[in-house]
Structure formats: C-alpha cells, structure tokens
Write a protein that binds this ligand. Structure first.
Ligand code: CA
Length: 463
C-alpha cells in the first residue's frame, strides 16, 4: 500500500478511533431524526393486521423498521399526550390535562425533545401539528407553539378549493366537529399535502447537516376533510360497522357515557356508522399517502441510512367500540396508538415487538440512539434494547390517565391486564383480562377469582 492510501485510511478512521479529540467530526455523524406524527390515528393499518385499511406507505416503513404492537400514550387527547412525549414527562408532572394549557406555562424551563436536538447543533423544524395548536386559526402559532424548540416552525391552511366539495355534518350540526368533506382539489389544497411538500423541501435543503424534522399530519382527526379520491377508496357498502358483543358487561357511565357526544352517538344509524368509518379511513389513507411522499424523498436524497424514522399516532380512537366514536377514554382503543421506528442501519427490519411500552420512552430512546445528552429527570426509559432485539424481555407497565367530567381516571396496562380506577376507586374500578378479552368488554373487577391480581394492580395503578 502506498503512503497516499494510508493517509486516506487514517483520515477516515481517525474520528472513530479518537472521538474525544474530534467532537466536530463526531457531531457530524449523528443521525438525523424524521419524526412523523399522525393525529387521532388508531391501530387499524395494513401493517397492524387490518388490510382493509389502505396504508401501503406506513406498511413500507414497518417493513424496514420495528412495529410496536402494544404502545400506549400517557393521555388520550392531543395536547396532554403530545406535551408528555415531547417533554418525556408524565401528565402528572406537566400538569397539562386538556387542550388549552401550553406546557411551558407550567414548566417554563423544561427542555423539550426538539429543543434538546436544537441545543446540540441540529436543525429542528416543526411542520403542521407537532405541539398542539389551540385557539382560533390566527392564534394557533403564537398560543401553543414553542419557539425554544424550533429553528423553523410552520402551520398550514387549506386553499379555498380544498374547502369546497361534498359533505355534511353527521349529527345535524349538534357536534360541530362531527362532519366530513370529500374535498375538491388535490393533496396540496389541504394542510397535510403542504406539510409533505415542505418536509421534502427542507430535507433537500438540510441534507448535509443533522436535522430533527417533525412532520405533523392533522388527519384522520376531525373535521374529516380529505380530497375526494380518498373517500372513493372506501365504498360505503364495503364497510362493516362494529357490533358490540352480546355477553358484555355494562360499561361504567364515566368510562364513555353521558354528555352530548354519547347522546349523538347513540342516535347513529347503520348508514351513519358507515359514513363515519369512510371519512375516518379516507383521512387515514390521505395521511398515509403524504407519509409515502416524505419516505420517497428520504430514499431519493440517500438519507435513509443516516436517519432514524419515527412514526406515531398521538393516541387511538374508537369507531363505535363501547358505543363511542372519539378518543378521550382509557380503553385500549383510545390509549393504544401506532408506533414504528426504523434505524439507519436497518436493524430488526420488519420485526415487531409485543412489549408493553409507553410513548414517554420516545425522548430517552432518541437521545440514546443519537448520542445526544438528555436533560435530567426524564420519566421514561430508552427502548434501544427492543429496537436492537425486539424479542428482548421487557416487563414494565404502561400508564394512561384521563379526566372525564369531574372524575379522574387512572389506568395501568400490564402484559395481561388493564386495571382502571376512577377517583381512586371511589367512582368505580375496571379490570380486563387481555388473554380472553382484547376488546375490554367484560369487567371482572368484582369477580372474587381475581382478588389477588386486583390487589397487585391496585398497588401499581399510580406510576
Ligand atoms: Ca390527537
């Protein structure tokens, strides 16, 4: 070997051999993070075993990543859930329990997940809905966004064309959100199409430096607006509304019942149930298509092997299960959400894990995978062992809490059980055996056969 070739080898390996003497070089090899968030997306996707829902692009990501089959959000509503996983703190700590409070109001000095990357030399961008956007359209950016987190933050609106089309309110106007529109125009007439377009642009611009690109799609969240072509994928007569099992126990009223929503849902006809499913799935496939555009760009720009890709829903959703057509419950349907992570080296591609995990873990996991030092006090743990080997034994419960009316619900999910207390048990308790009751239709909390199990779960219902 000539001396010139030796020189080349030394230059290439030096940062690896001497990382402490080459901090700049080390920082340069840190992987990017592409962090994709869908809104109100339940675990009905091709890759989660539901081929009738068309999600070829999220399925494609699952084929090159790890699919988490039992991942739970800490609160089944947008702002509290996002505030939790974007700070790595439980809702009890953020004290964000509704859609109106900004996390920094309660924790002025908290270091958010994107902020950690920004302070470590990353370009960080928020496109669309990452932190919750409350208030009126005009107020959304200022009220709820977090400027310490982002180099660039953009929010989008539909064009005039994208707000025209065929649609209606499914509750005769009683619930303003409960409406759909098979919209005129194409993807980029909708905010989510614009989000995908700009995500691609930013990747093109930033491809040579580390980035944390947060891409927040608003669908399938209500109001159920998507270009008409996505509605056409789901003919009404192809959809099969959920049928409640005959042997179910009666739900506690606090769990789903009461209020204007429950009243409206009780009145849904079979045709309206299909209509609701169609517009929800149209939004799901619309979002999936936008995810596909972003993944295509990642490949085209040769960034896939330099980028950790995370795909999450911010919480689940009921489509008629337990009589409910919404989120904000602590049943499995609402507490569980999609979570897929793909590593740059393609490790564990196409595998899945049955481990019970919390969204809270995303923050420490991404810090661990990128080598960026996380802030003190994070309340989750790194899931790196599961990504490296999805069969790793993992025995940690997942916690989800919710406020419904005046009652506080707390739920713990273990490998086998879901146990829920309302107002410390004073307003009711629920126990579901997931070995025999995946839909949580038979509350066995009063069955003496499970007294020992109940006592154990009672002891861990608070983290
Ligand atoms: Ca949401």
């Amino acid at each position: 070997m000539t001396s010139a070739r030796w020189m080349v080898v030394l230059v290439l390996v030096a940062p690896c051999l001497f990382p402490l003497h080459a901090p700049a070089a080390e920082a340069a090899v840190r992987p990017n993070v592409l962090f994709i968030v869908a809104d109100d997306l339940r675990n009905e996707l091709g890759c989660y075993g539901v081929p009738a829902v068309k999600s070829p692009n999220i399925d494609r990501l699952a084929a090159r990543g790890v699919r988490f089959d039992r991942a739970y959000v800490q609160y089944p509503v947008c702002n509290p859930s996002r505030s939790s996983f974007l700070t790595g703190l439980r809702p009890d700590t953020t004290r964000v329990l509704d859609n109106s409070v900004k996390v920094r109001k309660n924790l002025p000095d908290v270091v958010t997940l994107p902020q950690m990357f920004k302070e470590n030399g990353y370009f960080t961008a928020s496109l669309g809905k990452i932190f919750h956007r409350g208030g009126t359209m005009e107020e959304r950016n200022e009220q709820m966004d977090d400027e310490k987190s982002w180099t660039v933050s953009r929010f989008y609106q539909a064009t005039a064309t994208g707000l025209r089309g065929e649609g209606r309110n499914m509750t005769g106007g009683k619930l303003n959100w409960c409406r759909w529109l098979a919209a005129d125009g194409d993807d980029e007439d909708q905010p989510d199409g614009q989000v995908a377009r700009d995500a691609i642009k930013l990747m093109e611009e930033q491809k040579d430096k580390p980035f944390f690109l947060a891409v927040g799609f608003h669908k399938p969240h209500d109001p159920f607006i998507a270009p008409k072509k996505y509605f056409d994928l789901y003919p009404l007569d192809s959809l099969k509304p959920h049928v409640e099992p005959a042997d179910r126990t009666k739900d506690l009223k606090i769990a789903t019942g009461g209020g204007a929503l429950a009243e409206a849902f009780d009145k849904f006809t079979d045709a309206e149930r299909r209509e609701f499913m169609r517009c929800y799935y149209a939004g799901t496939t619309f979002t999936d298509t936008q995810v596909g555009k972003v993944l295509d760009a990642l490949e085209r720009l040769k960034l896939a092997d330099k980028t950790i890709v995370v795909f999450v829903g911010d919480h689940g959703y009921h489509l008629g299960e337990h009589g409910w057509w919404n989120k904000n419950t602590i049943f499995e349907y609402s507490a569980r959400a999609p979570l897929i992570m793909a590593l740059p080296d393609g490790r564990s591609a196409g595998k899945s894990t049955p481990a019970v995990v919390e969204f809270l873990n995303l923050f420490p996991t991404l810090a661990d995978l990128t080598g960026v030092k996380p802030p003190a006090g994070l309340q989750g743990v790194s899931m790196r062992p599961l990504l490296e080997n999805p069969a790793t034994s993992w025995d940690r419960p997942a916690y989800t809490q919710v406020q419904r009316g005046k009652s506080a619900g707390r739920s713990v999910r273990t490998d086998r059980w879901r146990y829920t207390e309302w107002d410390d048990g004073k307003a009711g308790v629920e126990l579901y055996d997931h070995q025999t009751d995946a839909g949580e239709y038979r509350n066995v909390a009063s069955d003496p056969k499970y007294a020992a199990e109940m006592a154990k779960l009672k002891g861990i219902v608070k983290p």
